[in-house]
Design a protein around this ligand. Structure first.
Ligand code: ATP
Length: 487
């Protein structure tokens, strides 16, 4: 399948079956914003849930997980989208969170400078910006990606605030609160899932680059001497999370940044990159960054915005010799009462995008194949091979025909799934083959059919979406059977 063709088909399916819609579509849409429909909201919720379970609810704080240097605590937070403006000055976002952009005076389009070679000028025939005789590109200019808003009624510059461009700062500024209020001891992690906003110059590639998106970030605080081991641990663990949830190894790479690519505070960063279908073969797009951030963030929020001088991180001074962006002045060090040692913890940060992960799972799951129908005639089939844990609907229940007590029995089974909290759909419309295909298209891993045999042996058939294998299972065991196969 051609690169664009495959992506177009995924986008079309997402709209047709209610996964993802363009925001405000009836008004012509809003570029860079997306809405999740009835199935999309479930898929995304399951992605979020799979991450949160791995980080928090299923995390065993007593044992040491394989590959980890020691056992550790994990807690969650939910922090506000609008934070004190000083947070962004100290973090560097106010001064540095910029992309270079170029405008075209002729067609009024705007491009990110580093995207110009792969962008399209709105003039026809389509060419890259600058390639038409009429194009008049401006010199590159800096453009801050933070959305600005105003607090209160007066609306002066002093009331300016920003929508957060990342969730991470919420964890750093609460470091002391978390240490003081819970029993966590270093090493420990603080996780958060929430919306972030970036005024991307050229939002594109479906939900991949949006202006409003959701992040799943975790800040892991550890002793400086152990930070490299923890960095490697989290990098590998995050890679495996995607593989466990259905991404194939051939489509996912772990790319260590070269020294020149590292942010000024970073000791090491690795990107997890996925072979999205809108990219050319052999190209990958970032799904998640795992960064070793050293003590940059806690020190900045304590001392003031830092900069690098002679290889050292020091407080950046203004013309008056005072900190250019002062920190909180609060002590954000940690005291280890067993080792009797005080230090500023180092931080390892796995920062994932929930929308990008959802898109990657959707792309990975998309398959076209041919399967025989009831009469043995081969038919085209479109199937989403989503991991059962991510699938929006886990099981569908069908009465084979609309009589002989089958709908009543099927409704009983449907309600048993509902009571067990397993996402289920009931469908009695159309031939059984069509009903299977409707479920394949939205990734439902199991279909349960009540047929004439059910009244005799109190069993139903269960069909597997991927192998198409059908087996008979006693009605009283069907809920546990499905639960056992969710993986
Ligand atoms: P990119 O280089 O693609 O702009 P980034 O390196 O700026 O991404 P981070 O700041 O590391 O991204 O953010 C962590 C994660 O948040 C990314 O790996 C991605 O999954 C997600 N993310 C970042 N920007 C966007 C966006 N505009 N739309 C959707 N997801 C995003």
């Amino acid at each position: 399948m051609a690169v664009e063709n495959r992506m177009d088909k995924i986008v079309a399916l997402a709209k047709r079956r209610g996964f993802i819609f363009q925001s405000s579509e009836i008004y012509g849409g809003q570029n860079g914003f997306w809405d999740y429909g009835p199935l999309g909201v479930e898929l995304k919720r399951n992605v979020r849930q799979a991450w949160w379970s791995d980080m928090i609810t299923e995390h065993d704080e007593i044992s040491t997980p394989p590959g980890a240097p020691t056992s550790f605590d994990m807690v969650g937070v939910e922090t506000s989208i609008i934070m004190h403006p000083q947070v962004w000055k100290v973090s560097g976002h106010y001064d540095l969170f910029c992309d270079m952009m170029v405008d075209c005076r002729e067609c009024k389009a705007r491009f990110r400078q580093d995207h110009v070679p792969t962008s399209q000028c709105p003039l026809k025939p389509s060419k890259a910006p600058g390639e038409h005789d009429k194009c008049q590109l401006t010199a590159p200019r800096e453009f801050n990606l933070m959305f600005k808003t105003t607090l209160g009624a007066l609306g002066t510059e002093e009331d300016a605030a920003f929508l957060r461009p990342e969730t991470a700062q919420g964890m750093f500024v609460n470091f002391k609160n978390i240490c003081d209020s819970s029993r966590v001891k270093i090493p420990f992690g603080v996780a958060q899932i929430g919306k972030s906003f970036r005024n991307e110059i050229t939002p594109r590639n479906f939900t991949f680059r949006s202006r409003e998106f959701e992040q799943m970030e975790m800040e892991f605080f550890c002793h400086p001497s152990q930070s490299l081991a923890w960095y490697q641990y989290w990098r590998d663990r995050r890679y495996n999370w995607y593989i466990t949830h259905g991404i194939s190894k051939s489509n996912l790479i772990l790319r260590e940044h070269a020294k020149e690519e590292l942010a000024h505070y970073s000791v090491g960063t690795a990107d997890l990159e996925y072979a999205f279908p809108f990219l050319e073969a052999g190209s990958y797009g970032e799904l998640e960054g795992v960064a070793h951030r050293g003590d940059f963030d806690l020190r900045s929020h304590s001392e003031g915005k830092l900069c690098k001088k002679d290889g050292e991180l020091v407080v950046e001074l203004g013309a008056d010799g005072k900190p250019r962006h002062p920190g909180s002045g609060k002590d954000l060090s940690y005291f280890d009462d067993q080792a009797r040692e005080r230090y500023v913890p180092h931080v390892i940060e796995p920062a994932a995008g929930c929308d990008r992960a959802t898109l990657a799972f959707l792309c990975e799951a998309y398959h076209e194949d041919q399967q025989p129908d009831e009469k043995g005639v081969m038919q085209e089939r479109l199937v989403l091979k989503l991991h059962p844990r991510l699938a929006p609907i886990k099981v569908a229940v069908f009465p084979l025909i609309k009589k002989d007590g089958m709908p009543e029995k099927a409704a009983e089974i449907y309600r048993a799934f509902k009571r067990a909290g397993i996402a289920v759909q009931y469908d009695q419309q159309a031939a059984i083959g069509r009903r299977y295909r409707r479920m394949d298209e939205i990734g439902t891993p199991f279909c349960v059919t009540v047929d004439s045999e059910t009244a005799v042996s109190d069993t139903v058939t269960i069909r597997d979406r991927d192998t198409l294998e059908q087996i008979r299972v006693p009605v009283k065991e069907i809920v546990d059977h499905v639960r056992g196969r969710m993986g």
